[in-house]
Ligand binder design. Structure first.
Ligand code: 13P
Ligand code: SF4
Length: 308
């Protein structure tokens, strides 16, 4: 069926429902174009939580993955946070549980525990500091003089990048992003051959061999900024392919090439306009972090915000 036929109907419905529910739609940079089209804001995981924390809307429709909606719920407990597809999870976040982290902390009782925002609220509740791909280096730099041991979970590749940047050995977890590891050094080398003038920007979740080939290692929103501000007219993009849509829209005079078309996060593609209509009609699926977990998880996020 040609979905384009009903596109305007759906978009009109979403606008009307949004008004009726006093809702705001937030979309991560990896969402499908049809979702980005109806979003009030798009951004990286932290930016979207910050928008959520400031919004006057009563309902937040979070188009992303589960840990992102949880973070919004942690930061704004009085709002109703809903996900159009609650099965959209992050496999990396699911690679560590709160029990795993507790065990690791028992093994290194003097260590400070730093965790990527790509973790469940239960895991965040066990952390001392949260971090994002934008501020992970700054957080570890701020802590390295104060603590002998630093636990860094769950992404071993982000940990490797941070460890190299801060010249600090970290206690790491064996987590990784199944989407970013699909980007191989050969992909970058091949794309560079075809586009010799292009700058290569990659996400720090990529393999160290890929990171070593990049001109810039950046979070998704920093990539958007870099693409806007850099003199280059062509870019090879080493992250989930969904970001390309936004990059092209923001910079119609520049060219963007995905490092590989294989870098697709299936969970980020679960949300559609039809599911947004359903979510707004039914006010479902609600993501609510229980208060006891929320308060502990918020401390780790607040400590991060104090530093970076
Ligand atoms: P950003 O915070 O850079 O948007 O990354 C989130 C994510 O899930 C990357 O895979
Ligand atoms: Fe998780 Fe990777 Fe998907 Fe990001 S791209 S949401 S880290 S699986």
């Amino acid at each position: 069926m040609n979905k384009e036929l009903f596109k305007d109907d759906l978009e009109e419905k979403i606008q009307a429902l949004k008004k009726r529910r006093n809702a705001v739609i937030l979309a991560h940079n990896y969402q499908l174009p049809e979702v980005q089209e109806v979003a009030d804001y798009r951004g990286d995981s932290l930016e979207l939580s910050r928008v959520a924390a400031k919004t006057e809307a009563e309902v937040i429709v979070f188009c992303g993955v589960h840990f992102m909606a949880e973070t919004a719920s942690i930061l704004c407990p009085d709002k109703k946070v809903i996900m159009p597809d609650a099965l959209a999870g992050c496999p990396m976040a699911n690679m560590i549980t709160a029990a795993d982290l507790k065990k690791l902390k028992e093994k290194y009782p003097k260590a400070v525990a730093v965790g990527y925002v790509n973790t469940s609220a239960q895991v965040k509740a066990e952390l001392d500091y949260c971090c994002t791909s934008t501020n992970a280096v700054a957080i570890v730099n701020a802590l390295k003089g104060k603590y002998k041991d630093i636990i860094f979970i769950p992404d071993k590749y982000l940990a490797d990048f941070v460890s190299k940047q801060t010249h600090r050995k970290l206690i790491i977890w064996n987590g990784f992003c199944p989407t970013h590891v699909k980007i191989l050094p050969e992909d970058i080398k091949q794309k560079r051959k075809f586009h010799p003038r292009a700058k290569v920007m990659v996400h720090p979740e990529c393999l160290p061999e890929v990171v070593a080939l990049a001109d810039a290692v950046l979070s998704t929103s920093r990539m958007a900024k870099f693409a806007r501000e850099d003199q280059a007219k062509e870019f090879i993009v080493g992250t989930e392919v969904g970001l390309i849509y936004r990059l092209k829209q923001d910079n119609p005079d520049k060219e963007f090439y995905p490092a590989t078309e294989r870098a697709v996060c299936p969970n980020m593609k679960r949300t559609t306009q039809e599911k947004i209509v359903w979510a707004l009609e039914e006010l479902k699926e609600e993501v609510k972090v229980p208060d006891e977990v929320r308060q502990r998880a918020k401390k780790a996020i607040d400590r991060m915000l104090e530093i970076a």
